[in-house]
Design a protein around this ligand. Structure first.
Ligand SMILES: Nc1ncnc2c1ncn2[C@@H]1O[C@H](COP(=O)(O)OP(=O)(O)O)[C@@H](O)[C@H]1O
Ligand SMILES: [Mg+2]
Length: 359
């Protein structure tokens, strides 16, 4: 996946700018608050139809009525184009190769990027929601049907939670049925994805640690997974039914894939309690490399890599490992200080100041 050119109009702090990318290493540099992450966010939108920043969703430049981002990219051997218009009423209009698409899921898979931010460096010790998000984001880029199942599941969850809160228990059976149906789709995809992820992350961790660390990535769920979706659906329903009494007591949904987690072990020890900070960071790095390799395996091309301010957070040996791994792929690195980046001599340097690309 290669991004060739992005145009930004009234997006965040950009008024009207365009950026040309090289197919290899691109470095966006500039002081804090200048618009580096905004540019990375715009690229990310073309892969996931949403932002990775939870805090602010103000995509329109202050005072503007709408915003537009447009990407020229090469994927599956051909030159393509997509654009997204953001309107004041928080809606999005998306076109791929000039054709309007009605569902976000139809954008997915056209242009795939993998993002790595400092926020993810605590993946091992943060709460399970971060790890589920990692898993979901990774699978969504490859399987639009997973996106639909997730959306359906979370909508059912919301409605069932509302029933539990209001003390309206007569319809719970119907929602349990639906939850287990969509839940089985999610769970089976997570299971097969983690199997592949675990194999690849194990190899990466071995490399990073000079053969010393044996990483296990384990999909953790509080219900059984069967040989197929049908069986898994029955197992999930069984668990939800079993939890009914407690769900009514606590007034919330307690069983199902929304409680899933990922568990990491190094040399058989649980990493959350035993791994050093450095080892935990290696695990995250291994996971990212594995995510990238799975995309290459399934799509027959590498994703674009977005490294937002993450190089300066890694120590020298991990940075060198990552630098080695990104060779031959398109990568967009953002940083405030070029001195941490060993690839800068061969890179396309993009200097950003106050939402402007300066050459
Ligand atoms: N909707 C918006 N309109 C105008 N400016 C915005 C908007 N959203 C964010 N910004 C500005 O963008 C800047 C942050 O950009 P960011 O890309 O996060 O910086 P950095 O270069 O540090 O990564 C801030 O100055 C913020 O005020
Ligand atoms: Mg930033």
């Amino acid at each position: 996946m290669i991004a060739e050119k992005i145009k930004l109009e009234n997006f965040r702090n950009y008024e009207k700018e365009q950026v040309l990318f090289s197919p290899d290493v691109n470095i966006i540099y500039g002081d804090n608050g200048m618009g580096k992450t905004n540019l990375i966010e715009a690229l990310y939108f073309f892969s996931y139809a949403r932002s990775f920043r939870a805090k602010t969703k103000e995509f329109l430049k202050h005072g503007a009525d709408n915003a537009k981002i447009e990407l020229d990219f090469v994927s599956k051997g051909r030159r393509q184009n997509a654009d997204i218009i953001f309107t004041k009423d928080k809606k999005k209009k998306i076109r791929v190769n000039e054709i309007n698409i009605s569902k976000n899921s139809e954008l997915l898979g056209n242009f795939i990027c993998v993002l790595f931010t400092p926020d993810e460096l605590n993946l091992v010790k943060d709460g399970p929601d971060k790890r589920r998000k990692f898993l979901d984001t990774s699978i969504v880029s490859l399987r639009p049907s997973y996106f639909s199942a997730l959306a359906a599941y979370s909508s059912c969850l919301k409605q069932k939670n509302a029933l539990l809160k209001n003390g309206n228990f007569s319809l719970l059976d119907i929602w349990d049925e639906r939850l287990s149906e969509y839940g089985a789709v999610i769970s089976c995809m997570r299971e097969s994805y983690v199997k592949n992820l675990a194999e690849k992350a194990k190899v990466a961790q071995k490399d990073i640690s000079g053969g010393k660390e044996e990483l296990e990535v384990i999909y953790s769920h509080n219900y059984k997974i069967g040989n197929n979706k049908r069986e898994t659906k029955d197992y999930i329903l069984e668990k939800i039914t079993e939890a009914r009494k407690r769900e009514i007591e606590y007034r919330m949904c307690l069983a199902g894939p929304h409680r899933d987690d990922l568990l990491f072990k190094i040399n058989s020890y649980n990493s959350k309690s035993y791994a050093s900070q450095g080892q935990q960071r290696s695990i995250v790095l291994s996971m990212k490399i594995a995510q990238m390799e799975i995309i290459k395996e399934q799509e027959d091309e590498y994703p674009q890599l977005l490294l937002d301010d993450v190089m300066s957070e890694l120590d020298l040996s991990r940075r060198d490992y990552l630098t080695e791994k990104i060779k031959g792929k398109q990568v967009i690195i953002s940083c405030t200080d070029l001195s941490n980046i060993s690839l800068k001599n061969d890179a396309n340097l993009i200097y950003i100041k106050d939402g402007k690309v300066c050459i």
